[in-house]
Design a protein around this ligand. Structure first.
Ligand code: SF4
Length: 326
């Protein structure tokens, strides 16, 4: 007997898998990467959790499908920010359901707890997720199973319902006790949760789609640097520190041009490839303003293949009016 677990790396989904593995069932921990959360440390964390409870981790990249089908047109709307959690969960379960045959799984599990999160884990929301994903009673939620109607694996006796839990609400006492009992270590997730729940990131994304079609290759650039919109509509991203500079450089796609000060130390910036000459010149000046420069001097700044001779502003104040989220 095998089950597929929708796995986020969190404590609840880890414990849900443990409850099923303890009943002699193999569990594949499926993590679906939508592009807004997965970091290297998070992947290491997920592997660590799976190793401790004996699940097999499989990560699938669904960024394209998610951006195309879910992110901008969710049937059940958004949470506090640009997080379409109900549709996102429904989509994930649907994908997991479609993999059941191929992976030889008989049912699905998740770490959802009734009433734990305001939007996605209300009881009605759980029903919506089940309906959206068309998983019917193939979807077992071991953490709250005892307060939910018996699912197929319980009715068929594949899983002993009595050994599952009936947790409701946000209190994590039961989960922490269980983690201690089974000796689970390092279960607090490292930073880097879903960026769609982050107000600042959501605002940048909302602003982005007013000007441009959002694609997978745009995700990375939205994560780093100061974001500005210039008068003719070009997007400018200016690095704030070394890590930003490296990440911006790595995230430059054919839609953007790199900006670099040629004769002084300064940030790496990126500007829309189709920027007007005026916007490019302004971007060069703004990049110089954030460099180790003197307003009395002029500097050469490369914007893609072009070189502009500019003087920095005498303070960062003029940049502010272009800030997104300002
Ligand atoms: S927090 Fe992000 S990943 Fe999680 S369900 Fe919501 S949109 Fe999807």
């Amino acid at each position: 007997m095998k089950a597929i677990a929708l796995f986020s790396g969190g404590l609840d989904s880890t414990l849900a898998m443990k409850l099923i593995i303890d009943q002699g069932i193999d569990v594949i921990a499926l993590n679906l990467d939508i592009g807004f959360g997965s970091t290297k440390s998070r992947r290491e964390h997920m592997q660590n959790m799976c190793d401790q409870v004996g699940a097999e981790l499989r990560i699938l990249d669904i960024k394209d499908q998610y951006i195309k089908d879910i992110l901008f047109d969710p049937k059940y709307g958004y949470g506090k920010n640009l997080n379409p959690c109900i549709d996102c969960h429904g989509n994930m379960f649907k994908i997991a359901r479609d993999l059941m045959d191929e992976w030889g799984a008989s049912f699905l599990i998740s770490g959802e707890v009734v009433g734990q999160r305001p939007m996605s884990q209300r009881r009605e929301a759980l029903d919506l997720v089940t309906n959206l994903s068309e998983t019917q009673d193939l979807l077992l939620r071991p953490m709250s199973a005892k307060v939910l109607p018996p699912t197929l694996p319980e009715r068929k006796g594949w899983v002993d319902r009595e050994k599952l839990l009936g947790i409701v609400g946000r209190n994590r006492e039961v989960q922490l006790k269980m983690a201690e009992e089974i000796g689970l270590k390092d279960f607090e997730k490292p930073g880097g949760g879903c960026l769609l729940t982050d107000e600042n990131f959501s605002n940048k994304l909302k602003e982005f789609i007013k000007y441009d079609k959002f694609e997978v290759s745009d995700i990375q650039l939205l994560k780093y640097g100061r974001h500005l919109r210039l008068p003719d509509g070009a997007k400018l991203v200016i690095g704030r520190h070394k890590e930003d500079n490296e990440m911006i450089e790595a995230a430059i796609t054919p839609k953007y041009r790199k900006i670099k000060l040629l004769n002084a130390i300064g940030p790496t910036s990126a500007i829309s490839a189709n920027a007007s000459e005026e916007d490019k010149k302004l971007a060069a000046k703004l990049t110089a303003t954030y460099g180790k420069t003197d307003p009395e001097n002029s500097y050469e700044v490369a914007v893609g293949d072009e070189v502009f001779e500019v003087s920095p502003y005498d303070s960062k104040e003029p940049a502010k009016k272009y800030f997104i989220n300002a």
